[in-house]
Design a protein around this ligand. Structure first.
Ligand code: HEC
Length: 164
């Protein structure tokens, strides 16, 4: 029995040690009040989990942030990811469903022209290879991440348009 106990103790120690080292350091822990976001144009809301937020951040940092660092937009500083700008688009992009639509098929701000060959999109994943591996949930999480930032970061998110 003794060697067995020793093995169990060793496993438990390794596992707990691993949790202490990696758990809190990686986990996003944002209060629920910030995680309540608009789901669709009808105005339904949803609460994104911390885990989804973390995944959304991963997608955003890997694929969007080179142009949308801190919510700004390189090359078109008038169309940022601030809530006001998202709301003013046609159709309004200030909700999860419309943002996912945008990632699938991005349009000009007035909603007139399909720019999926100029902006990362799943529609043209043939040219945007980084878009090939994302699941619909990944896209939702990225949309959620974008929508949480204005209340979390305030003016810092998409702020300083003219500096861009
Ligand atoms: C190569 C640069 C680039 C990358 C990468 C990029 N974007 Fe964009 N994005 C732009 C530009 C430029 C615009 C403005 C397009 C226009 O002229 O209407 C824009 C516009 C947007 C808008 C519309 C904003 C509004 O106020 O209506 C959303 C939403 C958006 N991008 C989301 C994303 C997401 C999500 C990703 C990552 C999957 C991403 N973008 C990756 C350059 C980029």
């Amino acid at each position: 029995m003794r060697p067995m106990r020793l093995i169990l103790w060793a496993i438990a120690t390794l596992f707990l040690g691993w949790q202490v080292v990696t758990g809190p350091a990686l986990a996003i822990n944002v209060d629920q009040s910030y995680r309540t976001i608009k789901l669709n144009e009808a105005g339904d809301t949803t609460i994104i989990s911390n885990k989804q937020l973390e995944n959304g951040k991963r997608v955003f940092n890997n694929t969007c942030s080179q142009c949308h660092m801190a919510g700004r937009t390189k090359t078109n500083p008038n169309v940022t990811l601030r809530l006001e700008d998202l709301e003013g688009a046609f159709p309004p992009r200030d909700n999860v469903a419309a943002l996912v639509d945008y990632i699938n098929e991005p349009m000009t701000y007035d909603g007139e022209i399909d720019i999926s060959d100029l902006h990362p999109s799943t529609k043209r994943a043939d040219i945007w290879s980084e878009m090939r591996n994302y699941t619909p949930d990944d896209l939702k999480d990225a949309a959620g991440y974008i929508l949480v930032q204005p209340s979390l970061q305030g003016y810092m998110w998409g702020g300083g348009k003219t500096v861009n």
